[in-house]
Design a binder for this molecule. Structure first.
Ligand code: NAD
Ligand code: MG
Length: 400
């Protein structure tokens, strides 16, 4: 610990053009002596990926298709860069597992991030996990792979990063063994916390994406509005900290200053506080166990003045109940929940369904067939495909 870092750490940023990706690059820029960008990936907005490549001069860039690769490779060559452009999931897995990479920021959104995130884990990397969907889908296999490879898994989700900071370093011995009674997972309640229930039928994607405290990608913004985000985070917490769903309590905290808490048997409750800015958990995980400047302004408790706490309303937020049910059912249920949610959120963003129908679709998919036991990644991927097909059938049946 401490002391000068001998050589810069090589970092792969999966999902570099997204909200977390850009915040990661912002932190990296502040510490050129510590971190160097090894690879960047993008899916859409490839002009932005090209601009990032010109700035960070990575060894590799990864894009979804051959056509995009030719275009980007041409632009980079013309600018005198030696960056090699790779394609698709194979390219993502290659830069996630490359022997010269020290740490991988897993910041692709959704199930698309599963294989590259797992590739980083299996290669024993330091994995900075923002892509919560990967863990929700395949938690058992994912955590097995972490133990087998010796990968260091550090949570980027602000709540899980907070919990990680509030737990003792030997928490892997088990929550009971280290004296933890409960985990208190805070949630802002999103933009619709106080919207009259009847009006939820009419809310638009723009309203759903206008989060009061955090600026994020569109999918996670809708998840925050429905509180499916907290449901996914409940499942994420169970895997990361080996907790039972009943040990994780959701607390609505509209100011998003306390990022989560840990309740110990002696009555001590430890919390992590800070301004709502993802550069804090990103910096924490990048530098762990050291601390570095993140660019986040110091917390001003006097200007915050008060902190509020409320129980979640499951009538308003049925997605939270559905996620808890899936967590308790286990097996393939969380993967199906996640897949149905991804289809439903995309349909909502395309204005094909109304906001409350996100929960209706997930409910229908989960009720359609019982959860199966997860023995392999193929079982998870099959459950994901099946849930997507069932959700699409719901859309067709309802003429959307
Ligand atoms: P975003 O939409 O801003 O960015 C997503 C990134 O993934 C982009 O770089 C995009 O090009 C890439 N991508 C999208 N689809 C892809 C595909 N099919 N294949 C490969 N790449 C693809 O999302 P975000 O807000 O940065 O969130 C990223 C992840 O981090 C999500 O899992 C989210 O739940 C999690 N997270 C985000 C925040 C936040 O504040 N934004 C907080 C906690 C957790
Ligand atoms: Mg979060």
């Amino acid at each position: 610990m401490g002391g000068a870092v001998s050589r810069p750490q090589q970092i792969t940023v999966l999902g570099a053009t997204g909200s977390i990706g850009l915040s990661t690059l912002d932190v990296i820029s502040r510490h050129p002596e510590r971190y160097r960008v090894f690879a960047l990936s993008g899916f859409a907005r490839l002009a932005e990926l090209e601009a990032l490549c010109l700035l960070y001069r990575p060894r590799y860039a990864v894009v979804p298709g051959a056509e995009a690769a030719r275009h980007l490779q041409g632009g980079l060559l013309a600018a005198g860069l030696t960056t090699r452009v790779l394609v698709g999931v194979a390219g993502l897995c290659e830069v996630a597992a490359h022997p010269e990479v020290d740490a991988v920021m897993a910041a692709i959104v959704g199930a698309a991030g599963l294989k590259p995130t797992l590739a980083a884990v299996e290669a024993g990397k330091k994995v900075l996990l923002a892509n919560k969907e990967a863990l929700v889908m395949s938690g058992a296999l994912f955590m097995q792979a972490v133990r087998k490879s010796g990968a260091v898994l550090l949570p980027i989700d602000s709540e899980h990063n907070a919990i990680f900071q509030c737990l003792p370093t030997d928490y892997a011995r088990g929550l009971a063994a280290v004296g933890v009674r409960r985990i208190l997972l805070t949630a802002s309640g999103g933009p619709f916390r106080e919207t009259p229930l009847a009006e939820l039928e009419q809310v638009s994607p723009e309203q759903a994406c206008a989060h009061p405290n955090w600026s994020m990608g569109r999918k996670i913004s809708v998840d925050s509005a429905s509180m499916m985000n907290k449901g996914l985070e409940l499942i994420e917490a169970c895997w990361l900290f080996d907790a039972r769903p009943a040990q994780v309590e959701v607390v609505i905290h509209p100011q998003s200053v306390i990022h989560s808490l840990v309740d110990y048997v002696d009555g001590s409750v430890l919390a992590q506080l800070g301004n709502p800015d993802m550069r804090t958990p990103i910096s924490h995980a990048l530098a762990w166990p050291e601390r570095i400047d993140s660019g986040v302004a110091p917390l001003n408790l006097f200007s915050i003045a008060r902190l509020d706490f409320l129980p979640p309303d499951e009538l308003r937020f049925p997605c939270l109940r559905l996620a808890r049910q899936a967590a308790e059912a286990g097996g393939t249920a969380p993967a199906m929940l996640n897949a149905a949610n991804e289809v439903a959120v995309a349909a909502f963003l395309e204005r094909r369904i109304r906001f409350p129908e996100i929960a209706s679709i997930i409910d229908a998919v989960l009720n359609f067939e019982p959860a199966a036991v997860v023995e392999s990644l193929d079982v998870v991927l099959a459950a994901d495909s099946r849930a997507r097909a069932l959700a699409e059938q719901w859309l067709n049946r309802h003429g959307r």
